[in-house]
Ligand binder design. Sequence first.
Ligand SMILES: [Zn+2]
Ligand SMILES: [Zn+2]
Length: 216
Amino acid sequence: MNIQNLSVLDEEHICPSCKTKMSCCEVPPVHVGDGLGWGSEVLFICLNDDCPTFRNGWDKVDVNYGHKASFRDMQLPGSTEQNVMMVASKDAFTGSIVDPEQMREQNERNIKEKEAVAALDTCVQDNDISPVMTLILDEAADNSGRLRAISLLKEFNDLSCIDAIRNHTFNKTDIEQKCKLVISQMLKDNYKKECPYCAELIKAQAKKCMHCNADF
Ligand SMILES: [Zn+2]
Ligand SMILES: [Zn+2]
């Protein structure tokens, strides 16, 4: 989830029914056709199980609608208008509580990814490998950007990027395989190889490693 308006994360909402702090929750996915769009990315919901709204809601729903559900107090960001929403269980929304710190980090990552993707067009002529490396090493980045970054990697012919890639844990094997291919091509183009014992770069034709003295 990517929140456009981060200032909502600083908001504090107090439940009008039980006076405890309401939780910031992701808006559940709704179909536009349901007419339930809240026009907001998050909602503040009172998740206190002792809140009178929730405790007394079960009977109210049973009497009025004849099914098992209750209500939670709810407020929209930037508003203290009192609302309730129906919940089918006590756990509804507990899985969608937003952690502001995590959300800020995620947002920063998203922005970094966007900037890196935008910089791919000019990074070779600017001789700036950083957007390429940012995308290659970002497991959360979109595949299309990462694949473009890998295809540009060779253009830099920068062997110092190898360590960062070798030391990175890839979750996507296709990305990892493509990186490995580019690395071996770059090594070949530069008449280099990696020592199988210490992993330092040495001449392709070396019979002995100048770093760890291993013989091949
Ligand atoms: Zn409450
Ligand atoms: Zn070695």
